[in-house]
Write a protein that binds this ligand. Structure first.
Ligand SMILES: [Ca+2]
Ligand SMILES: [Ca+2]
Length: 487
C-alpha cells in the first residue's frame, strides 16, 4: 500500500477483521527454498526513456522513469545477487492525475487492472520480462490490489454500486473491511460484478505467466471473498502472499489456516530492526521465533528487514558506516532463518531512507557504488549462496535453543536440520568479539566432540568447537554466523 502520513491515524485501528473459514484442498504451491527480490519498477531501472512522460527525478513523489524494459535488462543483476524470484509492486494502468501531490508511480492507485501503465511499458513488455525470468529459472510474484481503485479512477463515477459509501462505512461493524483505507475508493466485493472483476483479474495475470500473487492490504478485504479467491489460486497452483500490515505470528497462523500460503511476518521485522539495527537485546527476536510452532507452514512465512512501506533498515543508525555494518549482520541473520527471505531493492547495498517516499529512492547499480556498498553487496550475495547451498538452511526445521538469562540479550542460538545435515546458527549482539562456553545440555543439544570449525559465511572470523559436553563459540561483535554441526 501507499500510506500517506496524513492519514496514518486511519490505519491505526486495532480491531482485527475475522479470518475466513478454513479451506480444504490437497496440493499447495510452495516457495520454501526461494529467495525473493522486491522491485518497485518506477524506482529500479529506466530501460526506455521514450515512456518517461512527466518524469521528475528530483521530486520523490513524481514518476522517475523506471520500467519493465529496465527491469528485464537488470535481471542478470538480480540473478547475480542470488535471488530466485522477483516481486513487482503493481504495474497496472494508474489514475492519470496525482493525489496529495503524489503521482501514482508506486502502482497502488489503479484505474485499469488489466492494462500495463504506459510509464512501465506494454503488456508485451511484461510478457518479455516473464519469459526472461522463467528462462533464467526465476519465479515472478505480482502485486495484486483487491481492496480499492485509485482516487481518480474512472470506475468510481461509472460504477458507484461497486464501492462502499459513507453509509456502508457508518453502518458496518467491520470498519477495517468496509470503510475506505486512506480514503481510497473501497471495493464492495459482495457485489457480483466486483467479485467477477477481481477473480477475472487473477485469471488474467495468471494467463500472463505469473507464478504467485502478493495481495495488498488483505486486512481490509472481506473474508468470504478472499476465501473464494485463494481457493481458485491454489487450484491453479498460484502461490499467495498476503500483506496484513503489522501481522504477528498469530495473525500469520490464522491466515495460513484460512488459505493463504504466506504472509509477511511484520513482528519479526520490527524485532530485527530493534535488536540488530537499534542495538536492543536479542530476546526481542527470540520472543518472536519462539512462536514458530504456531505456524501451520513455517517454511512459507515471508521474512524481511524492510520494504517500501517502512523506513529503510539502514536508516536506523545515524551513522552510514554503522548502518552498513549492521545491515551486513541483518542480511546474514535473515538468511539463517526458516521461511522465505524477501529483499527490498537496495537493501543489499544498505540504502538509506526514512518513511515513504524517502524509502523509495532510485536504485543505484555497481558503477555508482562506494567501496562500502560493494562490501554490503558481497556479504548479501555470499549469505544467499550459503543458504541456497545448504538444505538445512534453506528448508530445514528450526529449533530455537534456550539461552541462560544472563546471555539472552547478546546471544541467540538455533539449529536448522534436515536428515543428514544439521547446522548451528549463532547471532551475536555484543559490540566486541567474545568467546562463549555453554553446556550442550543447557541448550538441549546432543553433539559429539568437534574440532574448531569456521563459519560457513565467507570472510567472517567466527569459530565453533565442542568438547567435554561444552559448546565453545568465538564470535565477532554484531554479526550472525552459521556452522556445520556434527552429530
Ligand atoms: Ca522509462
Ligand atoms: Ca475494503
Amino acid at each position: 500500500m501507499c500510506r500517506l502520513p496524513l492519514l496514518a491515524a486511519l490505519l491505526a485501528s486495532a480491531a482485527g477483521a475475522q479470518a475466513p473459514s478454513p479451506a480444504h484442498t490437497a496440493a499447495r504451491p510452495s516457495f520454501e527454498g526461494q529467495v525473493v527480490y522486491q522491485v518497485m519498477p518506477d524506482r529500479f531501472a529506466d530501460g526506455n526513456p521514450a515512456n518517461n512522460a512527466s518524469v521528475n527525478r528530483s521530486d520523490p513523489r513524481a514518476w522517475h522513469g523506471g520500467d519493465l524494459a529496465g527491469l528485464t535488462a537488470r535481471l542478470p543483476y538480480i540473478q547475480q545477487l542470488g535471488a530466485t524470484a522477483v516481486w513487482l509492486t503493481p504495474i497496472y494502468r494508474q489514475q492519470a492525475a496525482s493525489s496529495f501531490d503524489t503521482a501514482p508511480y508506486h502502482g497502488y492507485w489503479p484505474a485499469d487492472f488489466r492494462a500495463v501503465d504506459p510509464h512501465f511499458g506494454t503488456l508485451a513488455d511484461f510478457g518479455t520480462f516473464v519469459k526472461a525470468a522463467h528462462g533464467a529459472g526465476m519465479r515472478v510474484v505480482l502485486d495484486q490490489v483487491i481492496n480499492h481503485y485509485g482516487y481518480e479512477a474512472g470506475a468510481v463515477k461509472a460504477h458507484p454500486a461497486w464501492f462502499n459509501g459513507p453509509a456502508d462505512c457508518a453502518a458496518t461493524k467491520n470498519k477495517d473491511v468496509d470503510c475506505p483505507l486512506a480514503g481510497l475508493p473501497d471495493l464492495r466485493q459482495a457485489n457480483p460484478e466486483v467479485r467477477a472483476l477481481l477473480l477475472g483479474n487473477a485469471d488474467f495475470w495468471r494467463g500472463q505467466g505469473v507464478d504467485a500473487f502478493r495481495y495488498d492490504a488483505i486486512k481490509h478485504v472481506g473474508g468470504p471473498f478472499l476465501n473464494e479467491l485463494l481457493a481458485r489460486d491454489r487450484a491453479a497452483g498460484t502461490w499467495t502472499l498476503g500483506e496484513w500490515y503489522g501481522a504477528d505470528t498469530g495473525t500469520v497462523a490464522d491466515w495460513q489456516r484460512a488459505g493463504l500460503d504466506s504472509l509477511f511476518l511484520f513482528s519479526l521485522q520490527a524485532a530485527m530492526q530493534q535488536s540488530i539495527m537499534d542495538g536492543q537485546g536479542l530476546s526481542r527476536v527470540a520472543s518472536v521465533l519462539t512462536r514458530q510452532g504456531e505456524l501451520p507452514r513455517p517454511g512459507e512465512v515471508a521474512l524481511f528487514l524492510d520494504n517500501h512501506d517502512v523506513p529503510r533498515f539502514a536508516q536506523g543508525s545515524l551513522f552510514e558506516d554503522q548502518g552498513q555494518a549492521r545491515t551486513r549482520y541483518g542480511l546474514r541473520a535473515l538468511m539463517t532463518l526458516r521461511g522465505v527471505p524477501v529483499i527490498w531493492q537496495g537493501t543489499e547495498i544498505a540504502m538509506r531512507g526514512g518513511p515513504d517516499p524517502d524509502n523509495r529512492r532510485d536504485m543505484r547499480f555497481e558503477h555508482a557504488w562506494t567501496p562500502a556498498e560493494r562490501q554490503v553487496f558481497g556479504t548479501a550475495r555470499d549469505a544467499i549462496a550459503v543458504r541456497k547451498a545448504s538444505r538445512a538452511l534453506s528448508a530445514g526445521t528450526q529449533t530455537l535453543r534456550p539461552m541462560p538469562t544472563r546471555l539472552e540479550d547478546d546471544l541467540l542460538l538455533l539449529t536448522r536440520e534436515v536428515p543428514g545435515e544439521r547446522v548451528l546458527v549463532a547471532w551475536h549482539n555484543g559490540r566486541a568479539r567474545k568467546t562463549y562456553s555453554v553446556r550442550l545440555s543447557a541448550l538441549g543439544l546432543k553433539a559429539g566432540p568437534q574440532p574448531v570449525t569456521r563459519s560457513l559465511f565467507a570472510g567472517q572470523d567466527a569459530r565453533l568447537s565442542v568438547s567435554g559436553g561444552w559448546l565453545h563459540l568465538s564470535l565477532p561483535g554484531g554479526d550472525a554466523a552459521v556452522f556445520a554441526l556434527k552429530p
